[in-house]
Design a binder for this molecule. Structure first.
Ligand SMILES: CC1=C(CCC(=O)O)c2cc3nc(cc4[nH]c(cc5[nH]c(cc1n2)c(C)c5CCC(=O)O)c(CCC(=O)O)c4C)C(CCC(=O)O)=C3C
Ligand SMILES: [Fe+2]
Length: 342
């Protein structure tokens, strides 16, 4: 069966100082994030004039995908900020789209990185009603050779900025330990998100011939008493320094673009900590700005429409390909009871 369009589905980010609070309220609705944490994160956004680079970066990536020869019209919609996925889907419907592929801007499984994009699809289709197009989401791509080689080259380039030896440290967005445990089909033993992050990091390290590297976490949210994946990147820089390491290359393997969690948590906080300790610091670029990322998207589309063999560097399953927001497998990435705030 053929498709009429591609929906580029992302997180969204504020475009000015007044957008920041309502954007954050959208992100954390019903998730038990304490107001103190929200104030802190609001300050990070306001530090950059209330503008996240994420929307601009998505539009640039979409232009690159068009230039790479995708023969479908591309639409852009977000979970948390304008253009909202439901508004975009309304436009697609009135343009006559009946069946669309969806590219989610996340390479991994897990609730936040995969299942929540299915929930966005469910919400958008419900908002549009009976005429909503069928939406088929593309698979997870954490071990795609174009994703891995893009990061490997970015690590080489970042390393070349430093004068001495350095440690390579991969980082991804932390999630609650309970969410990671629930990631993937229950029969597979859970922890799909952290296992895929570890695997992508291993594949990049392998391409670089590295024997030593670390995988750590960043951007922890939620109440302090709830355990999240650790160690945090900033604490880890302290630990490396105590071990005598004098240079670090930080690799945001968990993200596809240099959005605010990268430019604040890594380029600002982690870099500052390394500076205080007298360590050399460089941060590897994310794939968004690399032409291989556009190629990757075009390839995922062709893989699906032409039934090509998936290109994968690991034997891990790549789930996430769903129709109309269905679960990948029974209870895949279903969160245990979450603390709910009204
Ligand atoms: C796994 C994961 C990814 C990677 C997968 C993917 O890329 O989709 C990701 C991406 C992103 N996270 C982002 C921003 C935020 N995430 C938050 C909060 C949270 N993230 C979580 C997880 C993830 N998040 C979780 C478990 C929470 C707790 C609340 C909840 O359970 O939902 C909050 C609330 C404030 C706070 O940090 O407490 C903000 C502002 C931005 C946009 C940056 C920009 O604006 O440029 C992006 C791309
Ligand atoms: Fe997040």
């Amino acid at each position: 069966m053929s498709f009429d369009a591609l929906l580029w589905l992302s997180f969204g980010g504020p475009e000015g100082p007044e957008d920041v609070r309502p954007f954050l309220e959208n992100v954390v609705r019903g998730r038990g994030v304490p107001p103190e944490r929200l104030d802190e994160v609001e300050a990070h956004y306001q530090h950059f004039g209330g503008v996240s680079p994420i929307n601009r970066l998505n539009l640039e990536a979409i232009d690159a995908v068009r230039a790479a020869g995708l023969d479908l019209p591309v639409y852009f919609g977000n979970r948390n900020w304008h253009p909202m996925a439901e508004d975009t889907l309304g436009k697609m419907t009135s343009d006559g789209v009946r069946r669309a592929l969806v590219f989610p801007t996340s390479a991994y499984g897990g609730y936040s990185a995969c299942r929540q994009y299915d929930e966005d699809i469910l919400r958008a289709r419900a908002a549009v009603g009976d005429d909503a197009p069928e939406l088929v989401k593309l698979r997870q791509f954490f071990d795609h050779p174009l994703f891995i080689s893009s990061f490997a080259d970015a690590v080489r380039a970042a390393g070349a900025e430093l004068t001495g030896p350095y440690r390579v440290v991969f980082t991804a967005h932390s999630v609650p330990v309970s969410a990671d445990k629930a990631a993937g089909p229950p029969a597979d033993g859970g922890h799909l998100y952290s296992r895929q992050v570890a695997e992508a990091s291993r594949l990049v390290a392998l391409e670089l011939g590295l024997t030593e590297y670390d995988v750590v976490w960043q951007s922890r949210s939620g109440p302090p008493q709830i355990p999240w994946l650790a160690p945090d990147i900033v604490d880890h820089i302290d630990a490396l320094h105590a071990d005598g390491v004098r240079g670090v290359v930080v690799v945001p393997i968990g993200f596809v673009s240099d959005h605010l969690e990268v430019v604040w948590d890594l380029d600002t906080e982690a870099r500052e900590r390394a500076g205080e300790l007298g360590m050399e610091f460089a941060r590897a670029a994310t794939p968004n700005s690399d032409p291989r990322f556009a190629e990757l998207v075009v390839e995922l589309v062709r893989e699906h429409t032409e039934g090509l063999e998936p290109r994968k560097l690991s034997s891990f399953t790549s789930l996430g390909c769903t129709t109309d927001g269905a679960f990948c497998a029974l209870l895949c990435c279903e969160l245990a009871k979450r603390p709910v705030r009204s």
